[in-house]
Write a protein that binds this ligand. Structure first.
Ligand code: G6P
Ligand code: MG
Length: 223
């Protein structure tokens, strides 16, 4: 029986994913690296330092910089990202999400955030929805980022639920892999072919298409 929902943040509850990707793309350009759309997209859901390492790898610069230089690049990117976050308001909650959260509340479902972002509390506060959630996984406590299952396992533990009692929501390929490795039901938001290839159980093109009752039907069939 469904008892809880686990949410990624960037690209699911709000469109901060685009701020991350723009900030990374600009940093890559400064480093003389041109990223393809596919390479840029592959950064979705990936932690800050892992994203930087991937960009350097795509540019053939993996051995070029010291750890201190890499920390500086990541801090620069984060400062640009935070500038964007400071402009966010409740209007930046994605379409369909307020209804989804309200439906979940009516059913007394537990709700936990499973985002790799150290900025998650700041973003949720800007959106005015911090109090809607029963908990947030602290990414500083993680040993492995997505696609490893650790973050979704932790979110499930915070909710105090079993694997077959939760539905998890993601826009990232790495996130869907993480959910499936944790053995949970995965709802993907975005490219159907890509997210299904990673094992998503249910995919919608955009958050506006999320209907809890529809998702639950498929979830119950799978049980
Ligand atoms: C989320 C985003 C990623 C981002 C990561 C770390 O997973 O989807 O694009 O790199 O969080 O975010 P942070 O705010 O800690 O740099
Ligand atoms: Mg995301």
């Amino acid at each position: 029986m469904l008892k809880g929902l686990l949410f990624d943040l960037d690209g699911v509850l709000t469109n901060s994913a685009k701020f991350h990707l723009t900030a990374w793309n600009n940093l890559a350009k400064e480093l003389g690296i041109t990223l393809t759309d596919e390479q840029l997209n592959s950064l979705r859901g990936i932690s800050r330092m892992d994203s930087l390492e991937l960009i350097l790898k795509y540019g053939g610069q993996e051995d070029k910089y010291t750890e201190a230089e890499k920390e500086k690049f990541a801090a620069e990117k984060n400062a640009k990202f935070v500038e964007q976050v400071e402009t966010m308001t409740p209007k930046d909650i994605l379409p369909g999400i307020p209804e989804l959260l309200a439906d979940a509340k009516k059913q007394n479902l537990k709700m936990v955030i499973a985002s790799a972002s150290k900025n998650a509390p700041k973003i949720l506060t800007r959106l005015g929805i911090m109090d809607e959630f029963d908990g947030i996984v602290d990414p500083a406590t993680l040993h492995h980022g997505k696609p490893d299952p650790e973050i979704y396992e932790k979110a499930q533990a915070i909710a105090g639920l079993k694997t077959d009692e939760v539905i998890s929501f993601e826009d990232a390929a790495a996130g869907i892999e993480s959910i499936k490795a944790a053995g949970q039901f995965a709802v993907g938001i975005g490219d159907e072919k890509l997210l299904k290839s990673k094992g998503a159980d249910y995919v919608v093109p955009s958050t506006a298409d999320l209907k809890l009752s529809e998702i639950e039907k498929v979830f119950e069939e799978k049980e």
